[in-house]
Design a protein around this ligand. Structure first.
Ligand code: BG6
Length: 479
C-alpha cells in the first residue's frame, strides 16, 4: 500500500558503514594500527577500554569486524539485490598511510579500495566516501598527540589528496570528518579520542583541547574541499554532523535559552563548515572561559574559502535539556545537562526514538545552512533473535525505519528540503562504535558472529531486507 511520497528522480537510496567497524583484516595488505585497533570490546552499559597499544589477552572486535575485507563481493551482491544506488563507507587511513606521516602511500591499500569500488560500480552502486571515520593512525596519536597538533592538518590533507587523485573517476560524493561534533559531549570512550586522537581523561582540561582540535580539523576540511574541487570540479564534498536536536523541557524561558545554547554548542561546527565563519557567541565563550586558542587570520580565510557542498548528517535520536535557576551563563554541558523526554520511547541502549525530530532537524538545518542535505546514517540498534530456520523477524526495525522514512519524505515533499539520499546505518551487521558489540545489530543482513568473534560469519537476510527492497523499488512510496 502506498503510504509514503515518491522521492525525486536519482535519489540515492543505499546503506552506510565505516571501514574499521566491518572490514577486519587489521594487519592485511600492509595496514597500520588505527585508534580503533586499540579499543577493546565493551557491553551495553560497560564502556570499551583503550589500551596502550595492542595487548595480548584483550579482545579487539575491530580486528575482525564482520570480515568484509574478504567477503565484500558477496555483500555487494546482496546490496544490489536490495536495490542500493549508493554505499557509504570510509577509507581506512591506515591502509593508505599505515603510520599517517609517510610521504608515499601503501599501494596494497590503494588497490584494495580500487577493487572494492570497481566491484560496487559493476553492481550499479556508487561509493560515498568518508575520509576520517574514527580511525586515525595510532602512530599519529602517540607521536603527535592527534589533532591537538597543527601538523595533523598537513597529514590529513596529504591523505585526502592522495585518495582524491586515485579515485577521481570512481567516487563523486565525499565527506571529511565523521560526526565532527560528537566530541562536544563526554562519554566513554570519549569521542575526543575517536574523532581527534586526543588521550585525555574527564578530569583533564579537555574542553579547550576539544575546541582547538576541532579548529584544526575544520581548517583541514576546508583545505580538503578546495583541493578536491581542483582535482575534480564535479566532486561533491560534504561535512558530517551528528544531528540530535535538543529541545527545551518546557516553555519556561530559561529552559528555552538553555536549549538554544545547547544547540549552539553542538552545531557551531556546521556553521563553520557551511558558512565559513565562527558564530558570534563562540569567541565570547572562549574569552569568558579564558581559552587561549590558536586561530590565525590565515585560518579564517581558509575556512571562508573551503565551505562544503552539502550537509551529510546522522540522525538517531533527540535530546532534552532545561535551565537552572539563577544561571545566566547557560554553560550547557553534555551529557550532564540532559533530562528525560517524557513523550518518547527508548531503545534497549537508551536511545530516544523520535521520528518527528528528524523532520524538525531537516527544517532547522535548511533554514540555517541553506545547503542540500544527505542523511548518511539512521537506524535502530537492537538485539536480534535468529530462529531455527535462520530467519530474523525484526518488525521493530521495520517500524523504526517506516516512521523515520515517512518523516524524511514529509520534510522533502511538504517542507521543500533538498535531500540527496538516505543511507541507513549498519545495513549489514557490524561492530558497534560505542560498545564494541556485535550484539547491537543494525543490519538488514544478519552476520553470524558474536561479541568475541566466534561464528561462521555467514550472511543471511532479515525480514527488513525485503521490506527495504520494496521501499527502494517504489522510490519511497511503498512503506
Ligand atoms: C554513529 C557513528 O555515531 O553512530 C557510527 O558514525 C556508529 O560509527 C553509529 O556505529 C551507531 O552507534 P553505535 O555506537 O550503536 O555503533
Amino acid at each position: 500500500m502506498a503510504t509514503g511520497y515518491k522521492m525525486p528522480k536519482g535519489f540515492l537510496w543505499g546503506g552506510a558503514v565505516a571501514a574499521h567497524q566491518l572490514e577486519g583484516g587489521w594487519q592485511e595488505g600492509g595496514k597500520g594500527v588505527s585508534i580503533a585497533d586499540v579499543m577493546t570490546a565493551g557491553r551495553n552499559g560497560v564502556p570499551r577500554k583503550v589500551t596502550d597499544g595492542v595487548k595480548p589477552g584483550e579482545i579487539y572486535p575491530n580486528h575482525w569486524g564482520n570480515d568484509f575485507y574478504h567477503r565484500y563481493p558477496e555483500d555487494d551482491q546482496l546490496f544490489e539485490e536490495m536495490g542500493f544506488k549508493c554505499f557509504r563507507t570510509s577509507i581506512a587511513w591506515t591502509r593508505i598511510f599505515p603510520n599517517g606521516d609517510e610521504e608515499e602511500p601503501n599501494e596494497a591499500g590503494l588497490k584494495f579500495y580500487d577493487d572494492l569500488f570497481d566491484d560496487l560500480l559493476a553492481h550499479h552502486i556508487q561509493p560515498v566516501i568518508t575520509l576520517s571515520h574514527f580511525e586515525i593512525p595510532y602512530h599519529l596519536v602517540k607521536e603527535y598527540g592527534g589533532f591537538g597538533n597543527r601538523k595533523m592538518i598537513d597529514f590529513f590533507v596529504h591523505f585526502a589528496k592522495t585518495v582524491f587523485k586515485r579515485y577521481k573517476n570512481k567516487v563523486k560524493y565525499w565527506m571529511t570528518f565523521n560526526e565532527i561534533n560528537n566530541q562536544t559531549a563526554w562519554s566513554d570512550p570519549h569521542p575526543l579520542l575517536q574523532n581527534s586522537g586526543l588521550e585525555l581523561g574527564k578530569d583533564d582540561n579537555w574542553e579547550q583541547a576539544m575546541y582547538q582540535a576541532a579548529h584544526y580539523e575544520l581548517v583541514a576540511s576546508a583545505l580538503t574541499v578546495q583541493a578536491g574541487h581542483a582535482i575534480n570540479p564535479d566532486f561533491q564534498i560534504g561535512c558530517m554532523i551528528a544531528m540530535c536536536p535538543i529541545y527545551p523541557l518546557t516553555a519556561k524561558p530559561s529552559d528555552v535559552m538553555m536549549a538554544e545554547r545547547a544547540m549552539q554548542k553542538r552545531y557551531w561546527f556546521g556553521d563553520v563548515h557551511c558558512q565559513g565563519e565562527y558564530p558570534k557567541w563562540l569567541p565570547k565563550y572562549f574569552e569568558r572561559k579564558g581559552f587561549d586558542m590558536d586561530i590565525t587570520a590565515a585560518d579564517l580565510a581558509t575556512l571562508k574559502a573551503g565551505t562544503v557542498d552539502y550537509v551529510g548528517f546522522s540522525y538517531y535520536m533527540s535530546f532534552v535539556t532545561k535551565g537552572k535557576d539563577g544561571d545566566t551563563d547557560y554553560d550547557f554541558k553534555e551529557p550532564d545537562d540532559f533530562v528525560e523526554n517524557p513523550y518518547v520511547e527508548k531503545s534497549d541502549w537508551g536511545w530516544q526514538i523520535d521520528p518527528t525530530g528528524l523532520r524538525y532537524a531537516m527544517n532547522w538545518m535548511q533554514d540555517r545552512w541553506h545547503l542540500p542535505q544527505f542523511i548518511v546514517e539512521n537506524g535502530f540498534g537492537a538485539y536480534d533473535k535468529k530462529e531455527a530456520d535462520g530467519s530474523v523477524h525484526d518488525d521493530y526495525r521495520i517500524s523504526y525505519f517506516h516512521d523515520h522514512i515517512k518523516a524524511m519524505e514529509e520534510a522533502v515533499a511538504l517542507d521543500g528540503v533538498d535531500l540527496i539520499g538516505y543511507t541507513p546505518w549498519g545495513c549489514i551487521d557490524l561492530v558497534s562504535a560505542s560498545t564494541g558489540e556485535m550484539a547491537k545489530r543494525y543490519g538488514f543482513i544478519y552476520v553470524d558472529a558474536d561479541d568475541n568473534g566466534q561464528g561462521s560469519f555467514d550472511r543471511s537476510k532479515k525480514d527488513s531486507f525485503d521490506w527495504y527492497k520494496k521501499v527502494i523499488a517504489s522510490n519511497g512510496e511503498d512503506l
